[in-house]
Ligand binder design. Sequence first.
Ligand code: OAD
Length: 231
Amino acid sequence: MLTGAGISAESGLKTFRDNDGLWETHRVEDVATPEAFARDPALVQRFYNERRAALSDAAPNAAHKALGRLQGALRDRGGALVLVTQNVDDLHERGGARDVIHMHGELTGGLCAACGHRWTVDGALTPDSSCPACGTIGGPRPDIVWFGEMPYRMERIETELACADRFVSIGTSGAVYPAAGFVHAARAHGLQTLELNLEPSLGTPHFADARHGPAGTLVPEWAGEVLAGLS
Ligand code: OAD
């Protein structure tokens, strides 16, 4: 399963491409690239500090909770729901999901550009922050995969796609690779493919099935059908 910003929209977190190409009034290239960070680290740190702080005002919605429940039910029966998300929020975890693969990193993560150390950020990062491991001032950056950087855990994702029986994509525009290409790999491996999204996306033509509407409605419905099919 792959999720994107659309699954968190009903929790009040803004998607990337539904606001004239702006993310919380910023152009993506001004806040989500290594070049932007080199040019204006204070702006980029402030932007992610605000997103991190906003997490505590957001709560998981019915879609996150339905996936958490479905994952637990499948696990109890010896199965698995592998949850890969492009989202940097923690709403899947707070909705009850475990072992979430955050391919674009996490807002709660810090990464030292000098020594590679990773830690959980409590509060804000600034250009004057120092790395808790090596002490380098200015080393800390958000542990977010920016444009031009390699998404995390691609090998594991490719392995899971090769041995799953279905691939479901929820709340993503299909605009950003490599995630947008997972449906092609899924079809090549003979998986059933289903898109659940507010509206037809760039990826829709590649899915065998698609349902359109808000995730908070579609996901619990679909998860209920899967559960009913198990019992
Ligand atoms: P996008 O903003 O590109 O797409 C969000 C999708 O969710 C759109 O297709 C919307 O139609 C859909 N949507 C909106 N509200 C919804 C709802 N209530 N229920 C269901 N669907 C809804 O977000 P992503 O596809 O996640 O990368 O973007 C992919 C990546 O591009 C992000 O991870 C981020 C971004 O730039 C990085 O920051 C590296």
